[in-house]
Design a protein around this ligand. Structure first.
Ligand SMILES: Cc1ncc(COP(=O)(O)O)c(C=O)c1O
Length: 423
């Protein structure tokens, strides 16, 4: 008998889809409501860099919107995640996860100005905002909330009620939470007037503020304004809530902006940068306040999950060990000085204003068209920068806090060239 040898079917080598192919699949598969800022199909990240599906490399001055403060895939963070994932993924409130305890202790140590700080963990910034409003109601018994014009606090219904960064965030969603008063940002007289005629302190339980306005345009408040808020909250028995979802975890050159500005709020909210990209958020407040939030009156299935907590502990290690708080202050000053010089180089050329604290820098341009053109040029030259502000005319620079000096300079060079090209 003779056997007929069958040649094996040729195996096609697996070809990874191109960016264009991914974008077509994205368009078909994902709900269009989710905005995407660029067409970069990121497949890999390392430090300050991202690679797309076509092999192009980008310097990332957006950090996944102020999240990857330790850069992409920092080995210390990846190791901690990997080890935790192999040990224990989840117990929720059924048990007492040790990572949550350790992280709460660690966070309390970062806010020594807050007496006996305790932490409640959730998964995101908006959840932290929602939770803080519930906390304020329990503690003060007063339903009213004061928030500020152009603030962004998130996408849940309660957080949307406090958000006026853009009309689009509210359009079609009313009625929103009642008893919310929107006051002008950075203006104590305007606040006093509103509290006189519309939101008397007797009605208001919470005043929530971004210590530096984020999505609303990277606006640094006037000196003394946050202290003025503290005084008014003390006078009227209102909880002062700092939404540090964007300013927190080193962004302003200290662990929290409360320290940067020397004002102690009653409540600090955090999320974004705390776990280098894993979902985690939370509420920090003195025990005297937390004790008035009855057990079981709030909670979360996933909040403070062991893997996110391990990532957060490693994130805080990296920020400390690599001197990231100092670096944020130093590089921030360099950028504001260098870009600020361009402001005065004649009408029409360069930014209208450059401002910032630490590595949270806003470069305000003439209008949205110029800002978009600069953003596109930067992207073409391999630099990711984001826009913000109600007019979308502010470039925001939020690179990782681990960024090397030469990488930071390279990014600024690209930006300066793009600004010159659009002047
Ligand atoms: C200041 C501030 N608060 C809250 C949020 C909402 O956070 P999340 O998107 O994690 O819900 C954001 C998000 O950009 C923010 O910048």
């Amino acid at each position: 008998m003779s056997a007929v040898y069958q040649l094996p079917e040729p195996v096609e080598p697996e070809v990874e889809p191109t960016s264009a192919e991914w974008l077509a699949r994205d368009e078909a598969a994902l709900a269009g409501v989710l905005p995407r800022i660029t067409d970069v199909v990121a497949v890999r990240g390392e430090g300050s860099w991202l690679w797309d599906a076509d092999g192009r490399r980008y310097l990332d001055f957006g950090s996944g919107i102020a999240v990857t403060n330790t850069g992409h895939c920092h080995p210390t963070v990846v190791d901690a995640i990997t080890a935790q994932a192999a040990t224990l993924l989840h117990t929720s409130v059924v048990c007492h996860p040790t990572g949550m305890i350790r992280l709460a202790e660690r966070l309390a140590a970062l806010v020594p100005f807050m007496a006996d700080a305790q932490v409640f963990f959730c998964n995101s910034g908006a959840e932290a905002v929602d939770g803080s409003l519930k906390l304020a109601r329990k503690v003060t018994g007063k339903p009213g909330v004061i928030a500020f014009r152009r603030a962004f606090h998130g996408r849940t219904m309660a957080a949307t009620s406090l958000t006026t960064a853009k009309g689009k965030y509210r359009e079609g969603y009313e009625p929103l939470l009642p008893s919310v008063t929107i006051a002008p940002y950075g203006d104590l007289d305007g606040l006093d007037e509103l509290m006189d005629v519309q939101a008397p302190g007797a009605n208001v339980g919470a005043l929530i503020v971004e210590p530096v306005l984020g999505e609303g345009g990277y606006v640094v408040p006037p000196v003394g304004w946050l202290a003025g808020l503290r005084e008014r909250c003390d006078e009227h028995g209102i909880l002062l809530i700092f939404d540090e979802v964007q300013t927190g975890v080193g962004r302003t050159g200290r662990p929290f902006a409360a320290e940067t500005f020397g004002v102690t709020p009653d409540v600090i909210l955090f999320a974004k940068g705390i776990a280098s990209g894993l979902p985690l958020g939370g509420i920090i407040a003195p025990r005297a306040i937390m004790d008035r939030w009855p057990t079981g009156s709030h909670g979360s299935t996933f909040g403070g999950n062991p893997v996110s907590c391990a990532a957060a502990l490693a994130t805080l290690d990296v920020l400390e060990e690599e001197g990231c708080y100092d670096r944020a202050r130093r590089l921030g000053r360099i950028a504001v000085e260098r870009l600020g010089r361009l402001c005065s180089e004649g009408p029409g050329a360069g930014p209208v204003d450059v401002r910032g604290v630490g590595l949270m820098i806003g470069v305000e341009l003439r209008d949205k068209a110029v800002a978009e053109a600069v953003q596109t040029r930067c992207l073409d030259d391999g630099l990711i920068v984001l826009l913000c502000g109600p007019g979308e005319n502010v470039l925001r620079l939020i690179p990782p806090l681990t960024i090397a000096d030469d990488e930071f300079e390279e990014g600024l060079d690209i930006l300066v060239a793009a600004l010159a090209g659009e002047a």
